[in-house]
Write a protein that binds this ligand. Structure first.
Ligand code: SAH
Length: 463
């Protein structure tokens, strides 16, 4: 991030602008939204700017800018649409301690003005570091239609009521109060009975919330999918939206954690395959402890929580502590991975069953029914199969599997750095080791990518 977004206190401060044409007017229309004192310095004021000055919206200084003009300015805009003049006036402003922006000159500006969606006091600022103004405008247009005009009114009146809500303890109760105001009773009261109905609505809601008994803790055991936030279920999103505490796996991506409620406590209970880890019993205890404190806990697990997720141990701990819970399924790595290679997990005439197997378990490399898997047409999705690749390869070949059986390794499924490596059972190692995988990977035994070109390319690259 080259520009850090902040909201500057400008009420009562001076903002100076040099320029009098179209660029100046466009900036002034934005600046009128503020409570700052506006001073325009130009010899070439447009009739509109002269009219604004007559209306008292700004102070017009009818001459070229000179030293001393920006001594008390918080912000300065150079909007002469003339590179030489803009450089001259910006140098004065910078020298005198004002933050300077030169219109349409990102490199020499100390700040940039974002695209703004105005629902005062709610303000959305959209910036693209100057890279894609078209994108900023599209996002703005989208938000303009999505955020009701009433939002500003609700927020303004809600703000005046904040002190009354201090009677509610910080945390869930207060959050619930505001959530039901902004997303439930507030908009309804405004629509049905106008602004006058808002304060009485707030009062009723506060009484109800004061009387409400403490909510019991609850745990959602949520599948986060393979990494792409768009592969989350709506239920998972809603659970993240309400969470007080999110306890997540190592494999859950930051894009998904971003979706958690802003106030939520985020705890990384990451566990490395063979490396150091938080013991499962510690994780169980952590989940129980937070739920007992009355929190809405989301236990966020990569993929689907019921697939190699040690879910049952967590459920046992919750049941022993008499805590309510719910399982929210997710898209397991195998489902997302098979979609990216354009194949089916089952296919009429090829395989009528699919095995999901793990490369290793708590005791080391995991044993499976290798003889059955070695038969032609079998398909298996191998989880945690990086280090165990040679073991699996050896076992299958020993049981008579065809070395030419297709094998596909998919790393970082659904993420920007996803890689597909097509190989065969005979070449699984050293292909796996040579590929230098750093992310999670799933291995399909018995499936090749539908796209044959990708297959021959990766074979050459890694074999
Ligand atoms: N519950 C998870 C699996 C947890 S076990 C699920 O349903 O997907 C961890 C293993 O899952 C990893 O070793 C890897 O084999 C697989 N995995 C999880 N996320 C993955 C991803 N984004 N890309 C590839 N493999 C993934």
């Amino acid at each position: 991030m080259q520009h850090f977004p902040i909201f500057l206190a400008v009420a009562g401060q001076t903002i100076v602008l040099s320029g009098g044409g179209d660029a100046a007017m466009a900036k002034l229309r934005l600046l009128f939204k503020t409570e700052a004192k506006l001073v325009v310095i130009t010899k070439n004021a447009s009739p509109e700017i002269i009219r604004w000055a007559a209306q008292g919206k700004l102070t017009l200084v009818n001459r070229a800018m000179t030293s001393g003009d920006t001594l008390d300015a918080a912000l300065f805009y150079a909007a002469n649409e003339d590179d030489v003049e803009d450089a001259r006036v910006a140098a004065i402003a910078k020298n005198e301690g004002a933050l300077a922006n030169i219109v349409d000159n990102l490199a020499d500006s100390q700040f940039i003005t974002p695209a703004i969606v105005d629902r005062d006091p709610v303000t959305v600022a959209i910036g693209t570091e100057g890279a894609a103004p078209v994108l900023a405008r599209a996002i703005k247009a989208d938000l303009e239609t999505r955020l009701p005009q009433s939002l500003g009114t609700l927020a303004r009146i809600g703000k005046s009521f904040r002190h009354a809500v201090d009677v509610l303890p910080l945390g869930r109760k207060r959050h619930d109060f505001w959530a039901s105001f902004y997303f439930g009773s507030g908009p309804k009261a405004l629509e049905e009975n106008g602004e006058a109905a808002i304060i009485p609505t707030l009062e009723t809601l506060l009484d109800q919330q004061i009387m409400a008994t403490d909510t019991a803790g609850h745990v959602d055991l949520v599948g986060a999918g393979p990494g792409d936030p768009e592969l989350l279920t709506l239920k998972a999103r809603n659970a993240l939206d309400k969470a007080d505490v999110v306890i997540h796996d190592r494999l859950v991506t930051s894009e998904i954690l971003e979706l958690a409620r802003r106030e939520a406590i985020i705890i990384d209970a990451g566990k490395e395959g063979f490396g150091p880890s938080m013991a499962q019993s510690e994780i169980d205890a952590l989940i129980v402890e937070h739920a007992k404190n009355g929190h809405q806990v989301v236990r966020l697990k990569a993929g689907d929580p019921t697939v190699f997720g040690r879910l049952d141990e967590e459920i046992a701990a919750l049941e022993a502590a008499d805590i309510s819970y719910r399982i929210i399924p997710g898209i397991t790595a195998a489902f997302a991975a098979v979609a990216t290679i354009g194949q089916s997990l089952t296919k009429r005439g090829r395989n009528s069953a699919i095995r999901m197997i793990t490369g290793h378990d708590t005791k080391g490399y995991a044993d499976h029914d290798w003889a059955a898997l070695a038969a032609p047409g079998e398909v298996a999705a191998i989880y945690m199969g990086k280090k165990s690749a040679r073991f699996i390869q050896g076992r299958l070949l020993m049981h008579g599997a065809d070395p030419a059986t297709p094998v596909t390794i998919i790393e970082n499924v659904s993420r920007a750095d996803q890689r597909i490596i097509a190989t065969t059972l005979g070449a699984l190692e050293p292909t796996m080791s040579n590929a230098g995988l750093t992310g999670p990977a799933i291995t399909f035994y018995g499936l090749a990518p539908r796209d044959a070109a990708a297959q021959s390319l990766s074979l050459k690259e890694f074999a």
